[in-house]
Design a protein around this ligand. Structure first.
Ligand code: BTN
Length: 246
């Protein structure tokens, strides 16, 4: 698949979305050396300095339904965990839905965006954005995220070249997405995802739009939802929203 390299862009996700209006090939990747407005979920900023990380978006135009999008994000977290383990020897853990952690600190964030066709619920195209911290030392992070963010170098002392990481990441993405036939086999990565999740069986605080409550994280279902058991014994399937761990 083609790869587009950019020195600087506001956000590789924004750039990849503009490919939606062109006849860009399914699977085209956009990689930038730095982003001036890297974005995370919930309108957060994703720090994207040059030389430290890999900021990459994959443009996808297969036949997908909106309900598949959640699973692509989860699948990509496993792809990242495989890639990091392959290149530095330490396997990250995953925080549902889309964050990848190393030694309890965030190493990588994933942001999937899509454009939906009319009322059919069919996806015109999707963009999977992956930002991974490779080379930062603690002082390279802004002070407010210094004790929650980390990099491969900070945790393992291993220096992974950006090009090596991007190439391995794209190869692993292809392995899961095309070789395992997403979305027909969209649950094929779930076994590994469950193993990598760091809070199954534990008490979590579910923080939503309308407040928060305590529950036990039980499992991930085939649609990528987190199943929790609330204090009154009911099971709830959570689609998204923020989860914080106590
Ligand atoms: C998150 O932490 O909530 C998700 C972060 C996603 C960051 C990546 S970097 C490449 C792509 N371009 C963006 O603007 N965001 C994603």
């Amino acid at each position: 698949h083609p790869v587009i390299f950019l020195d600087e862009v506001d956000s590789t996700n924004n750039y990849a979305k503009t490919l939606g209006a062109s006849n860009a090939q399914n699977g085209t990747a956009v990689v930038a050396a730095r982003q001036t407005a890297g974005k995370g979920r919930l309108a957060r900023k994703f720090e994207s300095p040059e030389g430290c990380g890999v900021y990459l978006s994959i443009f996808l135009r297969p036949k997908l339904q909106v309900s598949d999008i959640n699973c692509i994000t989860l699948m990509t977290a496993v792809v990242v965990a495989d890639t990091v383990e392959e290149l530095c020897g330490l396997r990250p853990t995953i925080k549902w839905t889309n964050d990848v952690y190393l030694n309890g600190k965030k190493l990588c964030g994933i942001l999937t965006e899509c454009s939906i066709e009319g009322e059919s619920g069919a996806v015109e195209y999707a963009v999977v954005g992956i930002g991974t911290n490779l080379g930062q030392t603690s002082v390279d992070f802004p002070e407010e995220i210094r004790n929650i963010a980390t990099s491969v170098f900070q945790e393992t002392g291993v220096r992974i070249a950006q090009a090596d990481y991007a190439a391995a990441l794209l190869k692993n993405f292809e392995r899961y997405f095309y070789e395992q036939h997403f979305p027909e086999n969209k649950a094929s990565f779930l076994g590994q995802y469950r193993k990598d999740l760091f809070f199954l069986g534990q008490e979590v605080t579910v923080v939503g739009m309308t407040g928060q409550y305590t529950a036990v994280a039980m499992d991930i279902d085939e649609e990528g939802r987190l199943l929790v058991r609330t204090e009154d014994g009911r099971t709830k399937a959570l689609n998204s929203g923020e989860i914080s761990i106590r």
